[in-house]
Ligand binder design. Sequence first.
Ligand code: UD1
Length: 418
Amino acid sequence: MEEKIVVTGGKPLQGKIKVSNAKNAVLPILIASLLGDGESKILDVPHLTDVDTTCSVLQHLGQEVARQNGHIMIRTVEPTSFEAPYQYVRRMRASFLLLGPLLARYGRAKIPLPGGCAIGSRPINLHLKGLEALGAKVNLEHGHVEANCRRLKGAQIYLDFPSVGATENLMMAASLAKGQTIIENAAEEPEIVDLANYLNAMGARVKGAGTPIIKIEGVKELLGTTHTPIPDRIEAGSYMVAAAATKSDLTIENVIAEHLKPVISKLKEMGVQVDEHESSLRIRPGEEELKAVDIKTLPYPGFPTDMQAQMMALNCICKGTGVVTETVFENRFMHVDELKRMGAKIKVESRSAIIEGVKNLSGAPVKATDLRAGAALIIAALSTEASTEIGALEHIDRGYDNIVGKLQEVGASIERIG
Ligand code: UD1
């Protein structure tokens, strides 16, 4: 039988929930360890299938990977292979980040094209354009990207769009290139800053991460180091929205409030009370019924596309009408049909979804169509007394560490069956 999450909601959560460290910081950092000589230790890594996939790819390349008490140790050796198998890249697009480090350190790499995925076509043109500017020869053949180079050379690169993955790939590659690289219109996400901090701890000279202009002075070699990744702002945001949807008084620990500004601001606009503390946030119901808000996803520091589905679920049970506009990915509304199965009133017009709030959603068998859609369905299910069955859990397991256990601890009636 297919595994399912069964939720019977309609009651407030209470207590404290601890957020794990960020998937989107951990994956590039694990891959960046390839750039360094010796051993890297990445501490407090979340238990996620995307992390397992990344470790498997590194092992496939011949690297020594060990896991202990939630930490991951990687000892780099001369790779036995320079090719990432399709079985991994298909499962996790972030495998494409191997291209930069392999090229920079060993001068060659072969990675299958990631292809389409549920939320859009997700091209890699910006990664390739940047690596070519650094001197790589890139060939696209038989569904693979094959790239070769002598030592990469620093260059000035302008990204047409501030792509997170392209910025990371180029930052890693430029760290071992000869001379200076300037990435303009770079992504500014906190995970970029975390990767830059890790690279700098390895001996790289990266400046300006977190701004649109990143300057990298290439060095000859990097050394393994120890690093603790930043907390997961999207996991935190998901629990904040779950608290709002269940009218709960919930404390969320291991957060950097600064990273959650756009989410905090929208929740406050809806009427949720958010108290910011040193490394935690307390979410409390406001005096009045929550009101629907308009949301437009944008690159950081704008509203994160990875929180769009969860906020849409919340909008579904707010008073009034809210318009959610997705500008980062072209097809990220797969959760709309699932939410409609639960009684939501949503109309999609091009890149916007118009949501007319209803008093209550009803339970229904639904399916997680992608990772964040899965979280949105759990939130919707927690908001209603009816029982909801959520399938396709492989998406949720990619990015939420022990979501069922964490929600049970704060009193949710949620279990995993099958
Ligand atoms: C990362 C995150 C993902 C998040 C996304 C946007 C990881 C592992 N994943 O994905 O959770 O939703 O950032 O915040 O960190 N694009 C191009 N050409 C390229 C690269 C991207 O056109 O070469 C387009 C994409 O199709 C998409 C947009 O740029 O429409 C944003 O993509 P990007 O920022 O690269 O996202 P990812 O790094 O794949």
